[in-house]
Structure formats: structure tokens, C-alpha cells
Design a protein around this ligand. Structure first.
Ligand code: FAD
Length: 463
């Protein structure tokens, strides 16, 4: 080791929704943490930014929620959902102690607050500093990173415009979908699923917001979301069939407005509103899991797993993963432990990665299904119709809070009831649909047991 190398307990690469909270949690436990962020000011991935009750509770515990509220983003307590021809306005499900149901804060506001929380907790934030390589011991263990700081990069420590080596017992790749750490560690992808819809979103001023409501309408070949965000703006997001992409792009911004207005509550909110700025777009991404641990390294957040954003669960899941990882590595990070310390840490990281897979595989396939262009099987709206009649339809959003799994909602008895009602109406095709769903479920379970690995780039995006 060179005498000039800086040494930490943990290096976290990427100060986004996964990395910054993780750095804060570890620094609060007294570990020395270096949070390395290539952007001068963390601004996150270009993405929409809806998060739910579990994420709000986490942000509250991190001490960030009050600051988020000063952005003007309201806590949203109502949902207006439509799946197929079933529509059900409900209160968003929350638990005692939850600060609220849903919130939306643009990433250029959210991410700096998360980075600030890490710094306040005692982590060293190196902004404007990119990780370019991993440093390994003679036996191949990851023991640090090589970084390059942009001249003029904003740093709390160290110089600028230089290359240097940072060393740590653990290197965490929280560097998003194009993760440098994952690539250098040779992590393979599995469960890779190409995107189907293209996403477009925009922000409207002077919208008629009324009672803050999260609108999610998915019917025919359309997905429309609408909700208030920070700064008094109304956020609208639509999913567009790629077959209509050229025409949709050519018609912007009118096509976004026309498309969104097909959802009645969004049309009402937008009457008299005006679009601010140009609409944003995301096309051609892929969902995936990625091998996420090895000797001295681990991946968290999008670096290790990305799902279709239609479900709006990347931010909350990044928080859940960060919290669990902080718990998992506690006690395995101090320097000066016995020779077995590395092995114990690696074992803890393996357990964490196995937990990550088990915890997110069901929601991953659910997100792929709602982000799919395939017509919705009629049995699903029928399950929801039954739940609406029973007064339990709000529990669908417990799934979006990551407090229920898809299997807790589409249960055997609910499915059987829905099939029975459809058969009684002469809808014999439902049997074929259910057979198709069962076959997909078997295929996915088999993949979970023996993943099909892929190398190379996971996504080829056009923005
Ligand atoms: C179109 C779209 C819409 C979405 N909408 C939603 C939504 O509404 N709700 C939701 O919950 N999720 C949504 N997501 C998902 C969400 O954006 C991600 O899951 C979330 O950002 C993951 O956080 P992260 O910290 O893992 O990665 P990121 O937020 O991407 O952060 C990674 C950080 O690493 C830094 N970095 C990268 N490389 C290096 C390097 N070599 N050295 C140092 N730093 C580096 C980057 O600058 C960045 O700050 C959406 C995603 C997309 C693509």
C-alpha cells in the first residue's frame, strides 16, 4: 500500500438513492465512510420520482423528510386507480407512524438532500470524483478504488484534478445501471427483460390539483400517471407503445397532453394548466438482476437490480436495500479483526445478495407484467372487482408500499372466485388465460432456481 493512499472502513460509489442513505447509516454507526460521486452535485438518474409509504417512513428516520417538505411537494393520501375497466378511488394504505402515503420530488432536489444527510452523519463526500478502477490484493480481493477528480470538483477533502487510490475493507457499487463497479467486478446479469412501453413525462404549472391524489390508469394499450410534485407542479407520465413512438415524438408536446387527457382525472387536473419545459423520455431499457457480491465488494440499488419503472419502486427499493445492507455488514467492518474477518464479511455479503433476490423477484416480475404491452388478462381486473366489492382493493397499494407481495394480493381463492364469475358470464377464454399465467409462473420459478446468465451491457437507451 502506498503511504499516501486514504483508508476507510467502507467506500460507497455513487451518491444516489442507494449510496447516500447507506453512507449515512454506516457513518452513524461510527464507521469511516467515503462516498464517491462522479457528478459535481448528485442529481440522480434521469427518472421520474414517485415514492411510497415505506420510503417516506425511511426518509423520516433519516431526518430528510422535513427538508423534502420545504420543496412544496405534498404528502399524497388518495389514489385513483384504474386497471382495465375497473376503477377504484381509495385512501392510500398507511400504517400507524407513517408520515404519509405517496410523495414525488424531482431528483435534482431529492438527491442532494440525501448526500447532505450522509455528510452530516460524518461520511466524507467526494463529489466530482469518478471511480475508474478497482484495487485488488494479490489474491484478487477488492480492497479499494482508483478515482479521478474533475478539476474544480466539489470535495470536502483531498485535492482536485488528480488521480488517487482509496482503500477500504468493503467497496459498495451504488453507481446505478451503468455501474463501473459491477463491470469491473465482472458481475453477470440474469432475469433480463427488455422494456416494452416507452415512457414520456412532463411537468405542468397552474394545474387544478385539488386533494392531492396519485392517479394510475392502465387500460387497453395505455398507462397514464398523474400526481402533484414539488414546486406546485403537476407531474404527468405516460407509457407509449413503441409502434407509435415516431408519431408520438413528432407530435410533442401536444401528443403528451392528448394522451394524458384520456385519463379523466388527469384531464381534469390539466384543464387550464401549461407545460413547463420540454417533456422527458426514456426508451429501450432492460430490467435485470446482477450478481451482487464477491470478496470485498457488493452492489446495491440499480447497480445490482433494475425493474420496469411503471411500478415506481426503484427509489423505495434502493432505501430498503441500503437499510438491510447497513444492518448486514455491521460488526464485520472494523479493522484489526482476526484473519477470518474477510471471510465473515464475504459470507454476510452473500447472505445479503440472496436476501435481495428473494425479496425482489416477485415484485420484479409484477413490474414487468404491468409494464408489458400484452393485453391484461381479464382475470386480473375481475380479481380487483371482487376486492373492490369486498372493500379490500386498497391493499393492492400495499404491494406498491412493498408491504405485500403480488402473491398476497392475487391469492388462490381470489383467483378461483374471479375465474368462477367469468365462467358464469360465458367467458370460457379465461381458462386459457389462467393456464398461461400458471405456465409463466412455473417458468419464473425455474429461472429463480437456475438463472440464465448474460454478460455485456444491460441497456441501450435513448433519451
Ligand atoms: C425513466 C425512469 C423512471 C423512473 N421512475 C421511478 C419512479 O417514479 N419511482 C421510483 O421509485 N423509481 C423510479 N425509477 C427508478 C429509480 O430512478 C432508480 O431505481 C433509483 O434511482 C436507483 O438509485 P441508485 O442510487 O441505485 O442509482 P442512481 O440514482 O442512478 O445513482 C447512481 C449514482 O452513481 C453515480 N455514479 C455512476 N458512476 C459512477 C462512478 N464511476 N463513480 C462515481 N459515481 C458514479 C451517478 O452519478 C449517480 O449519482 C425510474 C427509472 C427510470 C429509468
Amino acid at each position: 500500500m502506498s503511504g499516501s493512499d486514504e483508508r476507510y472502513d467502507v467506500i460507497v460509489v455513487g451518491a444516489g438513492c442507494a449510496g447516500a442513505p447507506l453512507a449515512a447509516l454506516l457513518a452513524r454507526q461510527g464507521y469511516t465512510v467515503c462516498l464517491v460521486e462522479k457528478a459535481r452535485l448528485p442529481s440522480g438518474t434521469p427518472s421520474t420520482h414517485v415514492f411510497q409509504a415505506d420510503a417516506l417512513a425511511f426518509l423520516d428516520s433519516l431526518g430528510v423528510l422535513e427538508k423534502l417538505r420545504t420543496t412544496g411537494a405534498p404528502l399524497i393520501g388518495r389514489a385513483d386507480a384504474r386497471v382495465g375497466d375497473v376503477r377504484w378511488p381509495v385512501n392510500w394504505p398507511v400504517r400507524p407512524g407513517d408520515p404519509g402515503g405517496v410523495m414525488s420530488v424531482r431528483r435534482f432536489r431529492l438527491d442532494p438532500l440525501l448526500a447532505e444527510a450522509a455528510r452530516e452523519a460524518g461520511a466524507t463526500l467526494l463529489a466530482g470524483t469518478a471511480v475508474t478502477d478497482l484495487v485488488r490484493t494479490a489474491d484478487g480481493r477488492v480492497a479499494g478504488v482508483r478515482v479521478s477528480s474533475a478539476t474544480g470538483g466539489e470535495e470536502t477533502r483531498g485535492g482536485t484534478g488528480q488521480e488517487r487510490v482509496l482503500r477500504a475493507r468493503l467497496v459498495v457499487g451504488a453507481d446505478g445501471r451503468a455501474s463501473t463497479v459491477a463491470r469491473l467486478a465482472g458481475a453477470r446479469f440474469y432475469h433480463v427483460t427488455p422494456s416494452q412501453f416507452a415512457l414520456f413525462w412532463g411537468y405542468f404549472a397552474e394545474a387544478d390539483i385539488g386533494e392531492p391524489t396519485f392517479v394510475f390508469h392502465r387500460w387497453a394499450d395505455r398507462v397514464v400517471l398523474g400526481l402533484p410534485t414539488d414546486d406546485g407542479l403537476y407531474q404527468v407520465q405516460v407509457g407509449v407503445d413503441p409502434a407509435r413512438l415516431r408519431e408520438f415524438r413528432a407530435g410533442l408536446p401536444g401528443s403528451l397532453l392528448e394522451y394524458a387527457r384520456a385519463a379523466e382525472p388527469v384531464a381534469k387536473a390539466l384543464s387550464g394548466a401549461r407545460l413547463v419545459d420540454k417533456p422527458h423520455a426514456a426508451t429501450h431499457w432492460k430490467g435485470y438482476f446482477r450478481e451482487s457480491s464477491g470478496p470485498g465488494w457488493v452492489l446495491v440499488g440499480d447497480a445490482g437490480h433494475f425493474k420496469d419503472p411503471t411500478a415506481g419502486r426503484g427509489i423505495g427499493d434502493a432505501f430498503l436495500q441500503a437499510a438491510r445492507l447497513a444492518e448486514t455488514v455491521t460488526g464485520h467492518l472494523s479493522t484489526g479483526k482476526a484473519e477470518t474477518a474477510g471471510t465473515e464479511l464475504d459470507e454476510a455479503l452473500r447472505r445479503w445478495a440472496a436476501w435481495r433476490d428473494a425479496e425482489f423477484v416477485e415484485p420484479y416480475w409484477f413490474a414487468a407484467d404491468i409494464g408489458s404491452l400484452a393485453p391484461l388478462p381479464a382475470v386480473l381486473p375481475e380479481v380487483l372487482r371482487g376486492m373492490r366489492r369486498a372493500g379490500t382493493a386498497d391493499s393492492l397499494f400495499e404491494m406498491v408500499n412493498h408491504r405485500a407481495m403480488p402473491g398476497d394480493i392475487v391469492t388462490g381463492p381470489r383467483l378461483l372466485g374471479a375465474v368462477g364469475r367469468l365462467l358464469a358470464r360465458g367467458r370460457l377464454g379465461v381458462l386459457r388465460e389462467v393456464a398461461g399465467l400458471a405456465a409463466a409462473d412455473r417458468r419464473r420459478r425455474a429461472l429463480a432456481r437456475s438463472p440464465r446468465y448474460e454478460t455485456g451491457r444491460p441497456h441501450h437507451e435513448a433519451w
